[in-house]
Design a protein around this ligand. Structure first.
Ligand code: GLP
Length: 237
């Protein structure tokens, strides 16, 4: 695992945005896995700036999302699909036909999603955040190392942490998420953690291996795993 400790949050965001943009610049058909959450919002804004500065054409890239809430009506403003349109597709002028979202409205969505990822040739770079309880995507504590895309139950802690991003109080308790095994199949992993609320988990992650209570710890086996930290997230290591 490569750890990049940055001197400011802005530097951490720029570092991650640049790594993703450089991947797409050097590999115009690169398949990129996207994450949601507050951490990623400024990363996508920075990527939009870089895309304009570099006059990049991203028409041949394809994107897969890590997860999606289960049980929301289509195009609900609290869905991750809505999030990604607002923070990623629109600012970067990327067509909706270039992205796949875990298909929560079809039968056997998990199997279809795994198949689509395989058919794309696999994810070249998977962008990741981390939950305060060590979840990645929606692989909550207790998730298995070789888990695949599946319907998962969210913990109370995750529901509470994500509450402020909801437009109403009807927060789903389930989601369709890529599994740890699915994420591990990506050719490279790029995780960003910012803010004090992640400091304890980052410390735990760095000190534990293969620990099911911290699903992110499984990712440390990946040969190309980069963890980018701002000063607050790195404050306890
Ligand atoms: C969310 C997402 C994750 C994200 C994490 C952290 O629920 N499923 O992909 O990395 O929780 O979110 P935040 O960046 O808002 O702290």
């Amino acid at each position: 695992m490569r750890i990049i400790q940055c001197d400011s949050t802005a530097e951490a965001i720029q570092t991650v945005a640049l790594l993703v943009i450089e991947k797409m610049e050097s590999h115009p058909t690169a398949v990129i896995g996207l994450a949601t959450g507050r951490t990623m919002e400024p990363v996508y804004a920075e990527m939009a700036k870089l895309k304009t500065e570099k006059s990049l054409n991203l028409a041949k890239n394809f994107f897969f999302m890590l997860d999606e809430y289960f049980g929301l009506p289509e195009n609900h403003p609290s869905s991750f699909k809505y999030y990604i349109e607002k923070h990623f597709l629109n600012p970067l002028q990327i067509s909706a036909s270039q992205i796949a979202v875990p298909p929560v409205h079809v039968r056997d969505g998990a199997t279809h999603y795994e198949e689509s990822i395989k058919q794309s040739g696999g994810v070249d770079l998977q962008l990741l955040g981390i939950g305060r309880n060590g979840h990645v995507g929606f692989n909550e504590p207790g998730s298995e190392k070789n888990s695949r895309t599946r319907l998962v139950r969210l913990t109370e802690e995750t529901i509470a942490a994500n509450k402020e991003q909801f437009v109403d109080d009807k927060i789903p308790t389930e989601a369709l998420s890529m599994g740890i095994g699915t994420i591990m199949d990506s050719k490279s992993l790029l995780m960003l953690a910012t803010g004090k609320s992640k400091a304890d988990m980052i410390k735990y992650l760095l000190n534990h291996h293969d620990d099911p209570s911290c699903p992110a710890s499984f990712l440390k086996h990946h040969p190309h795993f980069t963890l980018v930290l701002d000063p607050d997230a790195a404050s306890k290591i």
